[in-house]
Ligand binder design. Sequence first.
Ligand code: NAD
Ligand code: WQD
Length: 341
Amino acid sequence: MSKILVTGGLGYIGSHTVVELVKAGYEPVIVDNLSNSNIKILDQLTKIIGFKPVFHQLDLCDVQSVISLAAAEPDITGIIHFAAFKAVGESVAKPLKYYQNNFYSLINLLETYYGRKINFVFSSSCTVYGQPDVLPVTENAPIKPAESPYGNTKQVAEEILREMTASGSACKVISLRYFNPVGAHDSALIGELPIGVPQNLVPFITQTAIGKREKLTVFGDDYNTPDGSCVRDYIHVVDLGKAHVAALKLMETEGYSNIYDVFNLGTGNGNTVLEVIKAFEESTGEKLNYQIGPRRPGDVEKVWGDVTKSTNVLKWTAELGIADMMSSAWNWEKYLSQNPF
Ligand code: NAD
Ligand code: WQD
């Protein structure tokens, strides 16, 4: 069984990917410093996969810890690097916090494993495209100046990875550019755990419906979109987990010689904010309290991905639609209200 290091494996996308790795026959080795996760997620994962996965609690910014980790786990064949800070607004207020965590952790990992034959999957983001000129956005679209320090960490990390592979590192790397990950595992045992007031749409919707927030504000209805609210490509987190397995499998394929590659991970379809609200109401039977408010500064009007390359090369396509995304997110919120973390 191939051992895969999953950094940030107790986080939102990492925990769902651990489940898919186990289903695909891989042995995950989880690393997390719990800076944005909860140790109880380890027990929740144990309930889903039927055994307690190996877990190392450490900060990847501490190079000695990473060196000790590599010594303790010498037979790693792949790394999926989720660990990073991800709040766009906070990154504007505290850029150094983001540059420090997102770069130190990446560089410590790359430096420690340099020269070893490792398949490396990197969590990138559609944020690297900003507001694209052409929709759907392909992987070849120009990378615009980053709109936040967070976005800049993803752009520069992609460059670091490309340059590192070109330098003869022995690693293969795939950067996966996620669009808008939402939803939760169908067991409702794991899901997104926002700290404080959620900044993202779907956790704000579910927290409003459960009564933790009074009402959702739709940030603008005067955009050039079908109903005036912004358009995004929402992607189910379980589909996202499966895409990471596909990325590892691709790099393991005999004859696949690309040392660095990039793929969009979305459904290829856009939904407006108002459509998401409607889908939530229809799939859950809950009425959502919401109002239209002003635009949120920095919001992109519309973005959705061209997934031709993911379909043809990665051999991965999203299977779950917006109704599944909403109902699973709602089931997770209901679980949390009964079983607070
Ligand atoms: P998350 O915060 O839930 O998970 C990240 C995990 O990494 C957390 O468990 C955190 O404790 C851990 N971590 C952070 N810094 C660490 C460090 N220095 N050492 C060890 N562990 C550390 O976030 P997520 O939503 O699961 O995102 C995972 C990755 O995907 C991130 O790189 C994020 O930038 C990227 N991404 C997320 C989204 C999204 O909307 N959720 C979209 C695009 C890309
Ligand atoms: C979605 C839509 C809002 C909250 C962010 C990051 C991006 C990537 C994905 C990491 C937008 C609207 C939201 C609310 C609303 N993350 N909205 N009311 O901004 O598309 O992308 O997450 O890489 O980098 O920027 O996601 O969930 O915040 O917003 O109307 O209370 O919902 O305006 O149109 P976003 P989001």
